[in-house]
Design a protein around this ligand. Structure first.
Ligand code: ADP
Ligand code: ADP
Ligand code: ZN
Length: 216
């Protein structure tokens, strides 16, 4: 199974991807998470990328395509993977097609999580992320058992700089102009699955699983 999870920032891509990779045993490839990890490790790539990310801008297609290409070439991505947050531009979508055809492979499904703007804003400003394992929480909708501490690993929770209101607005505008148009790119191929993301975590997940079951 080879899946893309798309949707605006804050739609729930990461949260739903987490469950999908466990249930279907998929290799999780999140470009945002790869950039954050690289930055935490003090690597040049991560530091360069973070300058864009902090402002809510996209990292260049060149850098992003390169890290995805290298990741897809690893053994654990051969059979099944879930791409979360990539592609985000038409150039990236075309690059992904090229990578897949080189691998003699194609996408099983593109899951598009649909959420209105006002809900997105509330989700993003309340998001907290574990500095250690990357697990995501929400101050109101998914609080940790102990404030500021990750349930899974005991790591420190923090608010991403790009989840502050000014960056969020910029990210939403970029989503509308650069990312949303590629949904049509996939619609034409009959692999697109639209999911109503304005429901509980479990209800969204139930709908995704049902749609995937109907595919096979
Ligand atoms: P979210 O989960 O809120 O959608 P991500 O963690 O996926 O955010 O990404 C965080 C940031 O990393 C993005 O706002 C962007 O700056 C950068 N980024 C992630 N994926 C890509 C990509 N495919 N192309 C360009 N930039 C990206
Ligand atoms: P994305 O990866 O698309 O940016 P996340 O999965 O990180 O989105 O979710 C954004 C925030 O919204 C997180 O704090 C998460 O806990 C919360 N969230 C995600 N899905 C739901 C939902 N269905 N109901 C309520 N809150 C949600
Ligand atoms: Zn953790």
């Amino acid at each position: 199974m080879k899946i893309l999870v798309m949707g605006p920032p804050g739609a729930g891509k990461g949260s739903q991807s987490q469950k999908l990779i466990e249930d279907y045993d998929l290799t999780h490839i999140s470009t945002g998470e790869m950039f954050r990890k690289s930055y935490e490790r003090g690597e040049k790539l991560g530091i360069e990328a973070m300058a864009y990310i902090h402002e809510g801008n996209l990292v260049s297609d060149e850098i992003t395509n390169e890290i995805v290409r290298n990741r897809l070439l690893k053994k654990d991505a051969e059979r099944c993977f879930l791409l979360d947050g990539y592609p985000r531009t038409e150039t990236q979508a075309e690059a992904l097609d090229e990578m897949l055809s080189e691998m003699n492979s194609k996408l099983t499904a593109v899951i598009n999580i649909v959420v209105d703007k006002d809900i997105i804003l509330e989700r993003m400003v309340g998001r907290r992320v574990c500095r250690n394992c990357g697990h995501t929480y929400h101050t109101k909708f998914k609080p940790p058992h102990k404030e500021g501490i990750c349930d899974k690993c005991g790591g420190e929770l923090y608010q991403r700089k790009d989840d502050q209101i000014d960056s969020v607005r910029n990210r939403l505008n970029i989503y509308e102009s650069k990312t949303k148009p590629i949904i049509d790119y996939y619609k034409g191929r009959g692999v697109l699955i639209n999911i109503n993301g304005m429901q509980s975590f479990d209800a969204v997940y139930r709908d995704i699983k049902k749609a995937l079951r109907d595919l096979t």
